[in-house]
Design a protein around this ligand. Structure first.
Ligand code: FES
Length: 98
């Protein structure tokens, strides 16, 4: 399985822009780290990486997924984008700085 980003929208937050996108196929291998996917495929370099080990929180992005316990609703939570591959995040909807 290969991944691809689908751009959903750009939204204004204060002085900056944020990119909202979902991951589907095909563009890059599923083991590509989420942070690299965001920076290189989505081309949103506002998402940063520092320690690349999950210790500093610099790479945190916001993910939204359907709530299986409450049909018709979503859950929103933070994800450290260096912690996993983009293949674990298919159908997640992300919000990150551009
Ligand atoms: S780069 Fe340090 S936690 Fe993500």
């Amino acid at each position: 399985m290969i991944l691809k980003a689908v751009h959903v929208e750009e939204v204004q937050y204060g002085d900056g822009l944020a990119e909202i996108f979902s991951i589907i196929g095909p563009d890059v291998p599923p083991w590509t780290r989420l942070v690299d996917f965001i920076r290189e495929v989505v081309q949103a370099p506002g998402t940063k990486a520092l320690c690349r080990e999950g210790g500093c929180g610099v790479c945190t992005v916001v993910a939204t997924v359907p709530d299986r316990e409450s049909p018709g609703h979503t859950k929103t939570f933070s994800v450290q984008a260096v912690s996993g591959g983009g293949g674990q995040c298919i159908t997640y909807r992300f919000n990150t700085n551009i």
